[in-house]
Design a protein around this ligand. Structure first.
Ligand SMILES: [Zn+2]
Ligand SMILES: [Zn+2]
Length: 126
């Protein structure tokens, strides 16, 4: 049986204003309400390790999947989503977008912290 290659077809893909989610394969537009450039999937909240020290600098060559591990709130009340890289363990704090999956966010917020270490490390990053 011949499998049709869909690399060149899907809407979005790796083009400039959209990316393919490494978690659920959804085509995600980088334009999102409440944030300058979206770097995580609004559906499953997965991100990708592409940035170095500065969000959006695309300085990292890691490229591995980053899973949302925690939620954090800044003093000004803004909520941040903390991602941990599955390959190198790097932590990133990202602004939540206006259309992020509320249920997925809640799941992370109420998740019992079996290991609080990532959160403490994340607070040092902020
Ligand atoms: Zn996803
Ligand atoms: Zn990494």
């Amino acid at each position: 049986m011949q499998r049709r290659k869909d690399v060149l077809h899907g809407a979005g893909g790796e083009s400039g204003d959209a990316f393919r989610c490494v978690g659920c394969r959804m085509a995600v537009s980088v334009v999102a309400p409440g944030t300058a450039h979206r770097n995580h999937c609004p559906h499953c909240l997965s991100s990708r390790h592409v940035d170095g020290r500065i969000p959006g600098d695309r300085a990292s060559t890691c490229g591995a999947r980053m899973a949302a591990v925690s939620l954090s709130a800044r003093a000004d009340g803004e909520w941040l989503l903390v991602h941990e890289c599955a390959a190198c363990g790097a932590l990133k704090a990202n602004r939540i977008a206006g259309d992020d999956n509320a249920l997925a966010l809640m799941r992370i917020a109420v998740r019992p912290l079996a290991d609080p270490r990532p959160v403490r490390r994340a607070l040092l990053v902020l």
